[in-house]
Design a protein around this ligand. Structure first.
Ligand code: FAQ
Length: 332
């Protein structure tokens, strides 16, 4: 187990056990009535233990995704083509880390400490988004991430920002503003490659081919398989099902890719105008579950980088948390 200077505690466990014993039917009915009326639930309010548990799981995974999500693009900061692109990419990567901070704060309001969350990420207990376990091989990968993965994240977050838990919704609102700038920089880089030289178009097409399946996986397994959706939608934590979000994304972004003369690696992909739903070849869900359970091409590398960062940042955390020890530093 990683010994990064954090205590391996989960202070929410006792609280959860106590709440589970007190999930009284009248309280549950009043809670569900508030949700049905569209009220926000705030940290001090009564909530069922399962609502708290699910929110911690989902917000924590989201926070980890932002922090790990900075890594594939981060490797391109030193290699970005030109000063303007480099500046934009630095700002974007910095924003993603900021989103992680906002989300860890939101999850902490539910009683799980930041330390426990980081430990669960580093030990492999907590999940994070499948897409960040693939390598960003070329600059075109950065364009595809900035355009299509940010777009997919926005579809999900705009929906969830209207959900029931106040601190998560408020964090998502701010995140969505910033993500819309990320989308613009990704779209701009994407267009430049799509309208560039034949070599640039080929590079972009190759990146699209490699990223398409992870992007289809991004919204989670099909509704009939999704284990948490029903409860989370009933409690307005998730405001749309996985398949509905996937459909909304395809509706908005496939035409934008096709109008640039690029292709997507699925001959069955088409919109059924009669139903308004997109039809596609089912992506390989075995691959999805393998990747989210630690078996993707970059899982080990991603966690190793985070462990390195935790270890090498320990002295900073120590200095910030224990001001008295600073007196031992030589006077300037
Ligand atoms: N990756 O029952 P469901 C971003 C797991 S932020 C990994 O359908 P749920 C910004 C799920 O945890 C991206 N695991 O799950 C950025 C569960 O496993 P468990 C992150 C996944 O929660 C852009 C199992 O499968 N966004 O990109 C994934 O109801 C560019 C069963 O699935 C969020 O986290 C997945 N894709 O619905 C940064 C948004 N999908 O826990 C840098 C908040 C499912 O039982 C660069 N999250 N699983 O062991 C959500 O809205 C939901 O969690 C879903 C999944 C919709 C992702």
């Amino acid at each position: 187990m990683y010994g990064g200077g954090y205590i391996f505690d989960e202070p929410n466990k006792k609280q959860l056990r106590e709440e589970e014993q007190h999930d009284e039917p009248e309280k549950l009915a009043a809670f569900e009535e508030r949700i049905a009326k569209g009220e926000k639930i705030e940290p001090g309010d009564w909530m069922p233990a399962e609502y708290r548990r699910q929110l911690i799981r989902l917000i924590e995974q989201h926070a980890h995704s932002e922090i790990i999500g900075a890594l594939p693009e981060g490797t391109w900061i030193t290699r970005a083509p030109g000063f303007k692109r480099k500046l934009a990419l630095i700002a974007k990567v910095q924003d993603e880390i900021g989103h992680g901070q906002l989300l860890y704060n939101a999850a902490e309001t539910l009683g799980k400490s930041r330390e426990a969350m980081i430990n669960d990420l580093l030990s492999g207990k907590s999940k994070y988004s499948n897409v960040f376990n693939y390598p960003a091989e070329t600059w075109a990968d950065v364009a595809v991430i900035g355009f299509l993965i940010d777009a997919a994240a926005i579809v999900n977050q705009v929906a969830n920002a209207k959900g029931s838990y106040g601190p998560y919704c408020r964090a998502l609102e701010r995140i969505c503003y910033e993500e819309s700038f990320h989308l613009k920089q990704g779209h701009d880089a994407f267009i430049e490659l799509a309208t560039g030289t034949p070599a640039q178009r080929d590079m972009l097409q190759d990146a699209l081919n490699r990223w398409w399946q992870p992007i289809m996986h991004f919204f989670g397994p099909p509704d009939k398989v999704s284990s948490h959706s029903e409860k989370l939608m009933q409690w307005k934590v998730k405001m749309a099902s996985n398949d509905d979000m996937r459909n909304q994304f395809l509706d908005a972004y496939v035409p934008k890719v096709w109008e640039l003369g690029l292709t997507l690696p699925d001959p069955a992909l088409r919109k059924n105008e009669a139903t308004g739903r997109w039809e596609y070849t089912d992506p390989d869900w075995d691959e999805f579950f393998r990747v989210i359970n630690g078996g993707g091409p970059c899982n080990a590398e991603r966690l190793q980088v985070r462990k390195w960062a935790e270890e090498h940042g320990r002295w900073v955390r120590k200095a910030l948390m224990r001001p008295a020890e600073r007196k031992t530093f030589p006077a300037a």
